[in-house]
Design a protein around this ligand. Sequence first.
Ligand code: PMP
Length: 381
Amino acid sequence: MRGKQKGIEMSRFWNRRTRALDPYVPGEQPRERRFIKLNTNENPYPPSPRALAAIREAAGDALRLYPDPLCTALREAVAETYRVKPEQVFAGNGSDEVLAFAFAAFFPSAQDGTIKDGTIKDSPIPDGARPILFPDITYSFYPVYAGLWDIPARTIPLTKDFSINAEDYLYPSGGVIFPNPNAPTGRALPLRDILSVAGYQGNAGRVVIVDEAYGAFGGESAVPHIRDYPNLLTVHTLSKAASLAGLRVGFAIGQEELIQGLCRIRDSFNSYTLDRLALAAAAAAVSDTAYYNEINQRVIATRERVAGRLRERGFEVIPSTANFIFIRHPRLSGAEIFAALREQGILVRRFDKPRIRDYLRVSIGTDEEMDEFLAIITEQQ
Ligand code: PMP
């Protein structure tokens, strides 16, 4: 079964909000059959041995007690690694939760048109909140969060080559969010473009969120610039670069007033979003930069090798600074290649959406896994 519950489409018990939702569908996590899993951007290498040791140590009598609601040790570890202050760090149950809280905390909902903060009155939508902006092709959870919190949103088309054109974001909005590098394309936006969006005067009172889920695979992080841009929030995850998708830890970095906004949402929802095992492992992982640099350099080297081989075989491969590639065959449809790979035990991700339905997003696995993938995909031609 996929992410959505099968069967029930509507229920008289669901309130209006629940009826209106259009939930996100995560990539398949197969249970019955062994696949080479290249569909959810997990890291093929194991987590830091220090993180695993920390879990074993934390799995004891102390589990009787609630965890630290402030996530102090983890926030201190993040602060040290990223050279910021612990007060500039917020931790949550996966970056999905951090993103959901950020949408709730900062982006204006449809009812916010009545707020008199001086920036709403010249809104292009009379008496309404200005819409937030994100790319038409991006992480598909963003429109879901906008729907959940009733936040008006406007999508901005990527350019023909699937780039984000920063200038398209230079008009007054309710806020901006995009991943850097973008997903599922893998294309990065230069730091100067991000800063131009964050520094744009029309966005002065609005938050610009840069989702750096894949930032460790070659992109430029905006973290050092939170000092100069009070409206800039970066969001990070331990699911990809830190090989800990199963632990569910993410965090945000920004100035203290943004972090406090996230805390207000969290503390109106669930005081303990991270358990003791997750907190201990995450703090150890965030500090083990040497281990992670090594495994992620391997992922990057494999990515470049696979991209080169696919291009030689005539595939279009979007330049990627992520742990996945976005590819298309000049003649075969995305659906055909997806089905052929699945048939032979390889799972990749395909989005049945305009402009990208013939593309496949392929996570970078080990060299052996990618060799199998290459053997099967090049057989298709
Ligand atoms: N942002 C982006 C762009 C992603 O692709 C993902 C992974 N699906 C996430 C955030 C969420 O990651 P997690 O909740 O595992 O931290």
